[in-house]
Design a protein around this ligand. Structure first.
Ligand SMILES: [Zn+2]
Ligand SMILES: [Zn+2]
Length: 397
């Protein structure tokens, strides 16, 4: 290993500023090849470590957890490596081509995915597919591999395809959540129909500036939220399933710099304004801590807006009160005009029903105040929005 170390040190000491344009590209090509070959070596050794089972000595239950913990990788990065290492163990021609630098790791990913369809059929076709990988561009290889996959799937029948259904939902380092998967035809159609129903309902009633992918993303959230809001949900750990957010009082009061102090259970930190918006209409339990994290006392979970008051708000507002919006109450949340963390009352005079999109707008830029028991909305520049629809024109609740 010291050879690798000293070779690396030599490369690292090289100053690319002294190279001309052609020289720099040549050196980069060399470097890229080196990285590919080292990656191949890493996968091979990872396979050996898994076979020997040494990771268990530190109490790790899987090689993925060893890799993630010991080398500080995200779980998804670690499991991708482990999957590739396992696949390569069973793909001798691919392994050899990778080691020889004839194919890239991107090509290996494509081949490994194809192998999952039918390992036996893949073994017979491996030479041919590797041959294609040495000559074709990645998009062209994708098409060849795709054609092979479909043929293999047809041969194995739809039951096998059904076995490969999967859905990954994972927080990413950028603070978003990545959704990725393959659904069987029936489930897929159900999802498409449900998303379309929510999107259509919105398009009919809104001038909508969102892109189609954005609309689908919002629709998925709406479907899940309405499911969670249902009162007949099974109990999990003696509670109805819900979204949990941990936030300190200072953040709720807006006394900390933006971006600090609020966390979602699985996804991690969120902005303090998002935390305030979510806390507008939620159940809250107070945890008193000593220092930063030692809990001294945990209070009962209570609803910020008790059901009686909520009913009164619904009777008065019937749906979202944002000018021009007609989302019904089932899609809406009760917004505190003066946030309760700032001492605002949870009373009819301080609550306004807003659909989730308009609730977001009001917390992030738009203004809202109560005048004579009626909400008045303002654009981010401070100018007033005219409410074209008077309450009386609305249909029954
Ligand atoms: Zn609010
Ligand atoms: Zn609305």
């Amino acid at each position: 290993m010291s050879m690798l170390r000293s070779a690396l040190e030599e490369i690292l000491a090289e100053d690319e500023a002294g190279l001309d344009d052609d020289g720099l590209e040549e050196e980069f090509a060399e470097l890229d090849r080196g990285v590919e070959e080292l990656s191949a070596l890493r996968l091979r050794w990872l396979g050996s470590i898994e076979r020997r089972g040494t990771y268990a000595e530190d109490g790790h239950l899987s090689i993925t957890s060893w890799l993630a913990g010991r080398f500080r990788k995200t779980w998804s990065a670690a499991s991708r490596l482990v999957r590739a290492a396992r696949a390569l163990e069973q793909m001798p021609a691919t392994r050899e081509a990778l080691q020889e630098g004839e194919i890239t790791s991107s090509a290996v990913d494509l081949l490994a995915c194809a192998r999952e369809v039918d390992p036996q059929a893949f073994a017979q076709a491996e030479d041919y597919l590797v041959q294609a990988a040495t000559t074709l561009s990645i998009p062209d290889l994708g098409r060849v591999v795709g054609t092979w996959r479909r043929a293999a799937e047809d041969a194995r029948g739809s039951e096998q395809a059904y076995e490969r259904r999967r859905l990954h939902v994972s927080p990413t380092l950028s603070g978003m959540v990545r959704v990725d998967g393959d659904l069987d035809p029936e489930t897929g159609q159900t999802v498409i129909s449900a998303l379309r129903a929510v999107c259509d309902a919105h398009v009919r009633s809104h001038t909508d500036h969102r892109s189609s992918p954005q609309r689908r993303a919002d629709a998925l959230g709406e479907i899940c939220r309405q499911w969670l809001d249902g009162t007949d949900r099974p109990l999990v750990g003696a509670e109805r399933p819900h979204v949990t957010i941990t936030v300190d009082l200072q953040t709720l009061e807006g006394r900390l710099p933006p971006g600090s102090g609020a966390e979602l259970e699985d996804v991690g930190p969120i902005s303090s304004e998002a935390a305030r918006r979510m806390a507008c209409d939620a159940s809250v339990s107070r945890v008193i801590t000593k220092g930063a994290s030692e809990p001294l006392d945990v209070g009962r979970r209570t609803q910020v807006v008790p059901s009686g008051i909520r009913r009164a708000v619904v009777v008065r507002d019937r749906g979202c009160r944002f000018p021009g919006c007609d989302r019904p109450q089932g899609w809406s949340e009760a917004h505190h005009v003066v946030h309760w963390a700032h001492g605002g009352d949870t009373a009819l005079s301080n609550l306004v029903l807003l659909c989730r999109r308009h609730h977001r707008l009001v917390h992030h830029g738009f203004g809202l105040e109560m005048a004579d028991g009626r909400p008045r909305f303002f654009r981010p520049d401070g100018s007033a929005l005219e409410d074209g629809s008077s309450l009386e024109e609305r249909g029954p609740p």
